[in-house]
Design a protein around this ligand. Sequence first.
Ligand code: HEC
Length: 231
Amino acid sequence: MNKPIRKPFRIALATIAIIIGIASPVLAGDDAISKARTSCTNKWPTDFRMQKYCLDKQKTSIQELAELFDQYSQGTVERDIVIRCRDKWAAEPGTEDYKMVLYCTNQQMEAYQALDSGSTPKADRPTPTSANDTSPTIGEALYHGKGVCKSCHGYGGDPSNLPIATGDQLKRMHPKPTDIRTSTDIQKKTDQDIFQIIKLGSPGTAMIAMDHVNDEEIWHIISYIRTINRP
Ligand code: HEC
């Protein structure tokens, strides 16, 4: 961890940034906090305990983001990552989610730094040995269960049929999760291509590396995807 930059210095930096017009809501902490307050109120209009919990989480995330942002100078990839994640998760007025901005930032930075240090993610060239013994039934269970794929791609691959918990968040996701049933992209791809996407994610989208499922489980899921993908 880098040394935290002292607060007065951070405020000065933020002020300079605002004056010279490179301000971002991530940097301008007060602005972000007031947006987060509105978004928490919108999300939990009658539950003040959840509103407070939500706002506390948002504040910690904003603080951490500001520190991250300040560690890197303008034009660096790291800074762009923060900005892009902010644009993805805090662009829509009234629904800003800085917790997700931070999550996105951390995931992207980790991947970028791994690339930068020359260490290839071990799944870069997966050797699919277990592609044979796959079961669509096991895949279906994984897709809807441990794999959490349904949270974004919906039950049975139908993104209009989502669990209640994620329905709202997905409205502002760009690009939207693929409709697995009708995607000609998926149809055209080889099993290996799909394996890579699930294992490593699709850069710059919410389809992050699904490292909570192991290789064998991914192969089962792919066999299930093949059964529902009928464009
Ligand atoms: C947080 C939301 C999210 C979760 C969870 C998620 N995905 Fe995705 N997925 C996406 C988005 C968004 C895209 C579209 C990315 C793009 O346009 O490149 C996508 C794309 C895909 C694609 C298609 C790529 C293509 O070429 O069209 C496949 C296959 C896929 N996901 C499979 C899965 C599987 C299997 C799981 C569970 C292990 C999963 N996804 C979990 C959001 C998610």
